[in-house]
Every structure is written in structure tokens, then in C-alpha cells.
Design a protein around this ligand. Structure first.
Ligand code: EPZ
Length: 427
């Protein structure tokens, strides 16, 4: 298994081209199932393992892919054309779905267009139990007949799906996206209340609109979708990855460096920028890019994760890495996933002083971290270890690099280009 070797202590200097958002691209790719036309997506982080998994799942349904990019863009992204003209199979197998939970997003589009689908239940994952009850209850409200058998959701809508008013009892990004896609081909109007507000939702709404659906209110808690009898092909550029950008922002800050985050607007970063500024990091927006200046030892700030526009759970581990070397104590509360402190014992191996009680971690800043062999069990936890390693004294080896391959395109290249001493070791 590949590892990363990092020698800390180099301030990052330079420019990082931010890619398209993995978490936007995944539902956008699933939306291609809604039409016989071609959906062309640009700015796709196509070499990420999660994107390849979605590609495998869609291919298994009969979706054809064409890579219409010559060379990849500077940020590593590509343009993919997806054609679900001929769907040969409406079953998504466990073998594919278990690899990535977002696979379940094929259920609604298949059901809406073909009146049937059989999709494996995804099972648990490293950061929490992550049920899909909100997805299923919403589809049922839209007329889906669902049965769970042998670990699969067997879904039928022999007369098509119909519009419904769905009020989510709690905010879910995936369930909001799932029902938006299903509603785009349902008969009549669907109203989603207490919908997620994430930028990735707005991005999906843009594609659905370009495909001929009427979607109003994306980015607010009430989304209204008028279903169309048929959707057509469309072209869409994937929104920038705010989590990738936030990750590099923290990396720049912790090393006391100066980084330009290319191709991401500051509005996407909202609460992350607010927290960085509170920590004493200088942040500026200039001509569509974001500039980060690390300013000596960071100040301790408290963080509570919550749905957008609050601080994102996908940035909690990275921010914790920054707080390990802050001046003072920081209280970090995770409210989205029940098991998202897996990086804590690994950061502790590097000399961090962190106490966890329930969903709260108290991080007492230390003056220096020390390199150590570490590993993590999920994507963001792994990258938090890379961030800590960039400032630690000596050498850190981050094991299980495959987690990083799920969500960070060209991580080693992007960090090395800014002066980090980092290399990937094979085997
Ligand atoms: C998305 O996951 C992201 N994944 C996650 O990114 C991100 O952490 C999460 O949103 C929260 O922002 C993708 O976009 C592909 P949720 P999702 O449904 O949609 C509970 C990363 O590192 N819930 O908003 O699965 C759930 O258990 C990742 O890139 C139910 O109870 O998240 C969680 O506690 C990991 N029932 C909360 O809601 C449901 O039916 C929010 O989950 C659905 C969710």
C-alpha cells in the first residue's frame, strides 16, 4: 500500500489550482441517467477514485463515457460526456455500492426514468452509520413502492413518480440531491422543505435546469421542482471544490506560508474563512481567487460543524490539525457524524494534546508537533495528518494513502509545487 513521506517545516508558497468538487460531480454524474441525451460535464476531477467508482456504477447500467478533454486542465480536471441513451441494467450491485455511499444516488434517477431500480444498501462507513431513510421516505412520498430484500432496495413506480411535499426532519445533502433528481422527471410539482443549502445543491439545480427541468429556490431551505415529461442533454461546469480549497488554505496557514487558491470564490468558503480569520490568518479575495497568509502561531478558535452555511464537517479534521499548534485551547464540536474524530489518536501520536468527550474535542495547542508514522480511516482524517506533517519537526509517514486518492487530485504534485517536502512511496 502506498504511503506519503513528508518532512515538515517548509512554508508553502505559490499557487494551487483548485479542481471541480467531487461532491458536486458525483450527483451531477448520476443525473445523466435522467436523459437519453448527452450530459457533458467539464471541470470533473476524473482521476479521483470516487469519481471512477461512480463511472463504474454508471457504466454497469449502460452509460457510455467519452473523455472529450485533450490534456487535463492545470487543476487536473477533465471534461466527460455521459450518455445514458441505452440503459441495459437497472440494478446497482453491492460490490460497487459498498465502495462509495453516493452510489445510492442512482436509485431515484433510474426509478424516475424507467419505473424500476434495484440498488444495494450501502452499509455503514468509517465516519458513522449514515442511514438512507430520508432518501427512501422521500421517494415513497413521490409514489415509489419500496421493499428491502437481501440487502437491496427493490423499487418500483409502474406509473411513474409524482410530485409531493417532502419535509425533511433533518438536513441531508444526499437526500436533497436525490429527491431533486427524481422530482425532475416526476409528474407535477415537488416541494422540498428543510432542504440542504450547500453549493453542490445549487450546482445540481443548474444542471437540471439546463436539462429542461424547472427548479426554484436551490440554495434556500425550500426547493420547488416542476417535473418534465422528458429531459434533454446539457453542458455544465462543475463548481469548484470548496473542501479542497479549504484544505489548502489550512495547509498554507499552518506552515506560515502564502498561497493563492486559484479558481475558487471566497463565497464558497464562508465559515472556513471566518474561522481562519479568527485564528489570525490573513485572507483576501482578488480577481476570482483567494489568497492566504499564515501569520505566525494561530490563535485558538472554537468550531461547531453544522450544515451549510455553518462550518463544514468535511473541514473539521483539517481545522483540528491547525488548532493542535494554536496559542490556547479550542473546543471542536462535531454535530453531523457520530464517528468523525478518528484523526485524534493519530494527531496525538504527533504530539497533539486533544481530549475527546462525546462529540466534543478540546485541543490544547502545543508549540510544536513531531513527525511520526500515522494512518487514518477516512479521506478528511487522512488529509488532516498531511497538514499536521507539513509543520511537524522531522519526518512523518502517512499510511493508507488510498483514502486521499478518493478526494484529493494530485495532492503530492500540488503541495510540492508550493515547496512542500512530500513524496509518495510505493508499496
Ligand atoms: C455529503 O454526504 C457529502 N458526500 C459528505 O462528504 C459530507 O460530509 C456530508 O454531505 C455532510 O456535509 C457527498 O456529497 C458525496 P448527509 P451525505 O445526508 O449526503 C444523516 C467527504 O468527506 N442522514 O447530509 O451522505 C447522516 O447520517 C464526505 O467528502 C440520515 O440520518 O450527508 C448524517 O448524520 C463524507 N438519514 C447527516 O444526516 C439519511 O437518509 C447528514 O448527512 C441521510 C442522512
Amino acid at each position: 500500500m502506498d504511503r506519503l513521506r513528508i518532512r515538515g517545516g517548509k512554508p508553502l508558497q505559490g499557487s494551487v489550482p483548485i479542481g471541480g468538487a467531487k461532491n458536486a460531480a458525483l450527483p451531477l454524474m448520476a443525473a445523466s441517467l435522467l436523459t437519453a441525451g448527452t450530459v457533458t460535464l467539464s471541470n470533473v476531477p476524473a482521476t479521483l477514485v470516487d469519481i471512477k467508482t461512480m463511472r463504474d456504477i454508471l457504466s454497469a447500467h449502460g452509460v457510455e463515457f467519452a473523455d472529450v478533454t485533450g490534456a487535463p486542465a492545470r487543476n487536473g480536471c477533465r471534461t466527460l460526456a455521459l450518455s445514458a441513451h441505452t440503459i441495459t441494467n437497472t440494478t446497482a450491485d453491492y460490490e460497487l455500492v459498498r465502495r462509495m455511499r453516493a452510489s445510492v444516488l442512482v436509485l431515484g434517477p433510474l426509478l424516475a426514468r424507467f419505473g424500476k431500480a434495484r440498488v444495494s444498501l450501502p452499509g455503514g462507513c468509517a465516519i458513522g452509520t449514515r442511514p438512507i431513510n430520508l432518501h427512501l421516505v422521500g421517494l415513497q412520498a413521490m409514489g415509489a413502492e419500496l421493499e428491502i430484500a437481501d440487502g437491496y432496495v427493490e423499487a418500483a413506480a409502474p406509473h411513474g413518480l409524482h410530485g409531493a411535499v417532502v419535509r425533511f426532519p433533518s438536513v441531508s445533502v444526499g437526500a436533497t440531491e436525490h429527491l431533486m433528481m427524481a422530482a425532475a422527471l416526476a409528474q407535477g410539482e415537488t416541494v422540498l422543505e428543510n432542504a440542504a443549502l450547500e453549493p453542490e445543491i445549487i450546482d445540481l439545480a443548474k444542471l437540471l435546469q439546463a436539462m429542461g427541468a424547472s427548479v426554484f429556490g436551490a440554495g434556500t431551505s425550500r426547493i420547488v421542482i416542476q417535473g418534465a415529461a422528458e429531459l434533454h442533454g446539457a453542458t455544465h461546469r462543475v463548481v469548484a471544490d470548496r473542501i479542497e480549497a479549504g484544505t489548502y488554505a489550512v495547509a498554507g496557514a499552518i506552515t506560515g506560508g502564502q498561497l493563492e487558491l486559484e479558481g475558487v470564490s471566497i463565497e464558497l468558503l464562508g465559515a472556513v474563512i471566518d474561522s481562519l480569520r479568527s485564528a489570525g490568518v490573513e485572507v483576501r479575495a482578488e480577481s476570482g481567487n483567494v489568497w492566504i497568509w499564515g501569520n505566525g502561531r494561530p490563535k485558538a478558535v472554537d468550531i461547531t460543524t453544522a450544515p451549510f452555511p455553518a462550518f463544514p464537517t468535511d473541514m473539521q479534521a483539517q481545522m483540528m490539525a491547525l488548532m493542535t499548534v494554536a496559542d490556547g485551547s479550542s473546543v471542536i464540536t462535531e454535530t453531523i457524524f457520530e464517528n468523525r474524530f478518528m484523526h485524534v489518536p493519530e494527531l496525538a501520536r504527533m504530539g497533539a494534546n486533544i481530549t475527546v468527550k462525546g462529540n466534543t474535542a478540546v485541543v490544547r495547542g502545543v508549540t510544536a508537533l513531531k513527525g511520526a508514522p500515522v494512518m487514518a480511516t477516512d479521506l478528511r482524517a487522512s488529509v488532516s495528518l498531511v497538514i499536521a506533517a507539513l509543520v511537524a519537526n522531522g519526518e512523518t509517514v502517512v499510511n493508507r494513502v488510498y483514502h486521499l486518492d478518493r478526494g484529493y487530485e494530485r495532492l503530492v504534485e500540488k503541495l510540492s509545487a508550493c515547496g512542500a517536502d512530500i513524496e509518495r512511496l510505493a508499496g
